[in-house]
Design a protein around this ligand. Sequence first.
Ligand code: PHE
Length: 403
Amino acid sequence: MRSGNGVRLALAAAFTVTLGIAGCGGNSPEELVVGEYGSLTGGDADFGLSTKRGVELAMDDLTARSQGKIGGLPVRIVAEDDQGKPEEAATVVQKLVNQDRVLAVIGEVASSRSIAGGPICQAAGVPMISPSSTNPKVTLIGDYIFRMCFIDPFQGTVMAKFAAQNLKLKQVAILKDVKNEYSIGLTEFFTKAFTGLGGTIVGEQAYSSGDQDFRAQLTAIKAKHPEAIYLPGYYTEAGLIARQARELGIKVPILGGDGWESDQLIGIGGDALEGCYYSNHFAVDNPDPRLQGFLKKHRAKYDNQDPNAIVGLAYDAANVLFGAMETLSKQDPEAFKGLSSSKAGSEARKAATKKIRDLIAATKDYAGVTGVITLDENRNATKPAMVLEIKGGKKVYNTTINP
Ligand code: PHE
């Protein structure tokens, strides 16, 4: 078992190197280029690095089933770092589309960055699949933009229901990130659902991504005596905020969304997060055999670590994309012919990317590691959400809430 795996991994590595060299030539060899963008550096680098792992694992599968080729042509992934900045996301997506002449793009994790990169893909007719951007605006960009996850009107309702019905709370305060579309959206959707269930939002405070000191906002929140604080931000600030809340004597649970999903969350927040809850796309303790098989693969490749939800969603995104490309090459063996030398925006290229788009749009009952994926007419997936509790320094599955 072990040595078999080792050989496979070594072969995969050697293969990647060969592709890398082949891809550098000015006189384009025939190949299928797929782009990926994310925060490989910056405050939420865990998001981009997780995406990269998911795509790598899907590439390993493609290597195992067809030597990394589709329709006889090697697939090459180009991963770009947007440093966690929306302006940079737009720049790197331009580069992927115009310079690398990608057939499709995977990314971004963060809604604000998908909203920045998406219009470039849409205008160029290049399909983009966000693994995990949950803000509704992302797929509203247009018919070339897809996602593998549920959207925030649902996710906000999930935590509102959990707060009102499971935790039996009536008064909640909100602390949101005003620089983050995701956080702004979830605040609105949570508020609507929670007040609809008879609850009251007793206070709302704001911060900006990158802030370090939240004491003024937390002091104002404490004065309102909420029974919980809803904190729909990313893990970096969520961990810090939890610590500062406890230092100020705020003992109530803090509730979050999928933006908390990172192995670094508990490293940053430590004990301050005990008894807190957040909504997420999957839970590693789910016995689903597909998920468990994926966990094994991830542990074997990445130092025995468990993947987070982004890795799973990016793996599903890459598999859906490769599947669409494989279907196209079977339906029309000529579909990818001569594309490597055809310019960005050329008719031949647009004809191929349009067909890939149509096949992605037809995704139905795809059995992913993050659940069954069917894309609706707005190119969103309808999936259940899981609520996790932080207990004994671990994320523990609490409940599933269905759409
Ligand atoms: N849903 C978040 C957003 O739209 C991104 C995210 C997804 C973060 C999953 C962590 C895990 O901005």
